[in-house]
Design a protein around this ligand. Structure first.
Ligand SMILES: Cc1cc2nc3c(=O)[nH]c(=O)nc-3n(C[C@H](O)[C@H](O)[C@H](O)COP(=O)(O)O)c2cc1C
Length: 359
């Protein structure tokens, strides 16, 4: 097997081939078109993070990525329907976070406004028009008719699953690729049921591989070639890697975030609903401790309106999403990360027989 050999392609669904088994996780607020294009140009798959962008910005990012690569580009959206309001919950959540406004001497908390739409017809029309090679969804899948229309346009549809049941439901609803996301993962857990217990990647991936007939991509805690080799050994076709790309020069994060990724031990990350209302893993800080102790948050994504104004208070008050493998992240260009992970994975795979002779 030669490095970057086009014949050794990884099939991500019916029509997408990549030469290295690395997907750059879409990371809202972190991914840039430069990062996504660099990963695709290095033989992996770059995925743009559209979840928190306005439609105009989505168009701009896609144009930019297309100008930087001729290879496949994925885009990612949250599939959740329009959020529901819960005024009593919002009021209680506002009271729970209020002491932090006082502590930082920031006016607020602000009155809660109607959150923006979930996945809607405008976003579907945009995807049908942009025709990314892959449309990946977090928090379930859009309605079946939408999935069919995307597939009919030649778009490979991928979605996150955090349990076997979610994976089976997504595959039978038409997903071409399942991203099995283990509990180690940084950022939001892609489940619609926040009460589900996180399952580790090592336990989840083989069970999902056994349960569905479509390709499975492993995500969560994979940040070097050993992790990629392990994902492949578990039956995944590729690894979706997030945290390991945060410190790349192509990401959009500031120095404080960059430093935090490289100085946070795995045990100093926690899963919390304090920032957005849905469970997500990030570096533990004061805001998380105070809000989690109060135990009240507004529904996703309304809680963001309550936590957002505090982010100027620095690392103790902002969301610094990262996974348990954060210490393995390196500040190197994205293409180098893809190459390193693929080459290390290859060495690990080739070296396994030397470590155990099968007796
Ligand atoms: C900063 C950050 C932002 C993320 N944003 C998204 C997102 O917008 N959409 C999505 O599907 N997943 C998102 N994720 C989750 C990733 O898709 C992936 O599951 C996770 O990064 C894998 O675990 P790892 O961080 O240990 O590599 C995010 C993860 C991080 C670390």
């Amino acid at each position: 097997m030669e490095e970057g050999d086009p014949d050794v392609a990884v099939a991500l669904g019916p029509s997408v081939r990549i030469s290295r088994p690395v997907v750059a996780a879409p990371m809202a607020g972190v991914t840039t078109p430069e990062l996504a294009a660099a990963v695709t140009n290095a033989g992996g798959l770059g995925v743009l993070a559209f979840a928190t962008l306005a439609v105009d910005a989505m168009v701009g990012e896609m144009e930019c990525a297309r100008a930087l690569t001729d290879g496949p580009v994925g885009v990612n959206l949250f599939a959740s329907p329009a959020p529901e309001r819960n005024e009593a919950g919002e009021h209680a959540a506002s009271a729970a976070i209020a002491p932090l406004y006082e502590e930082l001497d920031v006016p607020g908390p602000p009155p809660v406004e109607r959150p923006g739409p979930g996945f809607d017809d405008e976003r579907l029309a945009l995807l049908l028009d942009l025709r990314p090679e892959v449309a990946s969804f977090h928090f379930g899948l859009p309605p079946a008719g939408d999935v069919e229309r995307l597939r009919a346009r030649g778009v490979t549809v991928a979605t996150t699953a955090t349990t076997v049941a979610e994976a089976v439901a997504a595959a039978s609803a038409g997903a071409d690729v399942i991203i099995a996301q283990g509990g180690e993962a940084g950022g939001h857990r892609g489940t619609l049921d926040p009460r589900t217990e996180p399952i580790g990647t090592l336990a989840l991936v083989p069970q999902v591989v056994d349960a569905v007939d479509v390709p499975v991509v492993a995500a969560g805690g994979i940040a070097d070639g050993r992790g990629v080799a392990a994902a492949l050994a578990l039956g995944a076709v590729a690894a979706q890697v997030g945290t390991a790309f945060i410190a790349c020069p192509e990401s959009s994060v500031d120095d404080e975030y960059r430093r935090a990724v490289r100085s946070t031990a795995g045990e100093d990350t926690v899963v919390t609903r304090a920032f957005s209302g849905r469970p997500a893993r990030g570096r533990r800080n004061r805001l998380i401790d105070v809000v989690d102790a109060a135990g009240v948050v507004a529904p996703f994504p309304t809680q963001r309106q309550l936590s957002g104004p505090l982010s100027g208070g620095g690392a103790e008050y902002r969301a610094l999403w990262m996974g348990q493998a954060a210490p393995l992240a390196r500040a190197e260009p994205a293409a180098q990360v893809v190459e390193r992970l693929a080459n290390e994975a290859r060495s690990v795979a080739l070296g396994l027989s030397g470590r155990w002779d099968g007796s």
